[in-house]
Ligand binder design. Structure first.
Ligand code: ARG
Length: 272
């Protein structure tokens, strides 16, 4: 018998996809010849926001900027643990201007902010496991491992570096998600053999996803300890989560998938 889990309300930072398009390709999901329906992207995003608010969570909005089509992926703009923020420094020039918009938002809201010197893409490549107080950090495609050490020092937490090896899962948050204080879900084959061994050792009770789950963006989820907000296509992953006592809440983000992102990419968690 799995016992029902209790949700804890959260604060999130999100950015409306008002200028979302796919006009450059910096990950294998992006195809500049596929038409994008920006209005539909906005509708899907608004639905996600209202689902989150409907569950009692607070959503703060970062103002979108013309010319920054990927700004909707707000998770990449920083990484917050206990009131402290480690800022982002994007790998590709097309996204670099996003970092300043995030920095300004956090500084205006009076968060303790560290401007990074190393390349890192915020919560795209960083996850926090509250129970052990551990930062999990991905590298291989975007974030420089030197950024892992810098994040650890800024946020005063130990960091476990994990190597991503499959270009389809170019950010940690496409291959691994934190479900509650001590539990993660991940797709092992997105990681190097040594990183798989680290994850097996640290998280023997993890929910293990398969390739279809990861391809449906079933790991690009956000959890409030009970509800797991998950892309509608990820039905197999939703079943695995339900079997473990979580309540999957399906949201359709098919337009944003054309940019290589889903639920988690849209949401930066403000852990205050
Ligand atoms: N097009 C964006 C990029 O390639 C997608 C970012 C997705 N965000 C995420 N947290 N995985 O940078």
């Amino acid at each position: 018998m799995v016992t029902a889990k209790s949700a804890r309300v959260r604060q999130y930072l999100m950015c409306r996809p008002a200028y979302f398009t796919v006009e450059y390709a910096i990950n294998p999901w992006m195809d500049t010849t596929t038409p994008v329906d920006t209005e539909r992207a906005v509708d899907q995003w608004e639905n996600l926001v209202s689902v989150l608010r409907g569950h009692g969570h607070t959503v703060h909005e970062l103002r979108p900027e013309a010319g920054l089509p990927d700004m909707v992926f707000a998770a990449n703009g920083g990484f917050v643990v206990d009131d402290a923020v480690y800022g982002a420094k994007f790998r590709f020039p097309q996204r670099q201007a996003e970092a300043a918009a995030h920095e300004k938002w956090y500084r205006d809201a009076e968060w303790t902010f560290t401007t990074p010197t190393e390349t890192n893409e915020g919560e795209g490549d960083f996850a926090y496991v509250p129970g052990p107080g551990l930062i999990l950090a991905g590298y291989g495609f975007r974030t420089d491992p030197r950024g892992h050490a810098e994040a650890g020092e800024s946020l005063k937490r130990p960091v476990i570096s994990l190597k991503l090896t499959d270009p389809r899962f170019y950010h940690l948050d496409t291959a691994l998600t934190v479900l509650d204080d001590d539990t993660i879900a991940y797709y092992p084959h997105a990681f190097s053999l040594s990183s798989q061994a680290v994850l097996r050792q640290l998280f023997p009770d993890a929910v293990v996803a398969d390739e279809a789950d990861a391809m449906a963006f079933g790991l690009n989820t956000v959890s409030d300890d009970r509800h797991v907000y998950i892309n509608t296509e990820a039905t197999g992953m939703a079943d695995k989560l339900a079997a473990r006592g979580y309540e999957p809440i399906a949201v359709d983000l098919s337009e944003l998938k054309k940019g290589g992102g889903s639920v988690k990419c849209c949401i930066a968690e403000l852990r205050g």
